[in-house]
Design a protein around this ligand. Sequence first.
Ligand SMILES: [Ca+2]
Ligand SMILES: [Ca+2]
Ligand SMILES: [Ca+2]
Length: 333
Amino acid sequence: MVTCNPQMTNGRWSWLYLFTKFDVADWGRGTFYFSLFTFYLCGISWGDLGLQDVRVARADVDGDGIMEVVAGGRIGRALAADVPRVARQAGVGVYRVTGELLHPICERRDLFVVADVAGGDVDGDGVDEIVVVGMGHLIVFDVTDGQLVEMAQMTLPGDWTDRVMVGDVDGDGRVEIGVTVYRIENGAEMGRSDVIFLQWANRRLEKRFEIGLEGHVGDLCALTTADGQHFVALEVGLGDEGGDLRVLSGPSGRVFWRGEMTKGRVRALSLDAQSTNLVIGGVDGRVWTATLSTNGLSNPNAVHRFLGISGLVLMPDQLLLFSNRIGLQMLRF
Ligand SMILES: [Ca+2]
Ligand SMILES: [Ca+2]
Ligand SMILES: [Ca+2]
């Protein structure tokens, strides 16, 4: 059980950081360290990224083998859909996790829209880059001398670009950037998503392949089986209804596995994975885990209930959850 009081910092409401220790090695048995704990500590430390609707990812931006946290989101209040991109403000930052604190390494506050962030070694030099997507624009940032420096930018074939991932989904040993472009024709009930996969080649981003789906993609991430098969996992839904998880093969888009994973067709707008282990964040604040085997995904295992998840990221020994709806606090189990 977790209870937490909203807290006010610097005169504004902020979010809760939840740092949950668990043992990835125990995952297969569905056992998490934190499920064994009967006590918790609330409000241990404080911080404020100054962002709303925070999306998070992991990236080792200095190549020291330790993952940093990437966080991006809106600055200021939510604006109407017809407000142009250049009238908006957003930020992104890279943070070092030290104990239960996030320490900024570099931040930028001069972006227009950050709908989602991802991290990975886009150019294959052994150090991770940061990828940001929002309102039809994709930007790759390199961390150089403590600065987020723009390495590449691309205009996507549509403005409704909600999600981005970095991972090797075709098993060629190099990562792809996967980005969703959603479109709905005038008067149509159902829209369509194109997931466009890009790769760094000839010092620029080139389109490699595309997977088309009926419906809206809530989130996506790369996933592998223990025997080394590479897949992309994505949630598909429409409006408030979703939770349909699909595990697709790289370029072909062939469905390897498909199933309803949120116990009530709740949208899952946050997914993250490390190797075979998938975390699913529902819009109702529930979090599930599942493991990919050659038979597909295991039954979802409910691990936590939170309030209004905006983003989550699986770190080597922690699960970080972000929410707009609770004051900024850090929980340690
Ligand atoms: Ca690092
Ligand atoms: Ca790199
Ligand atoms: Ca690849």
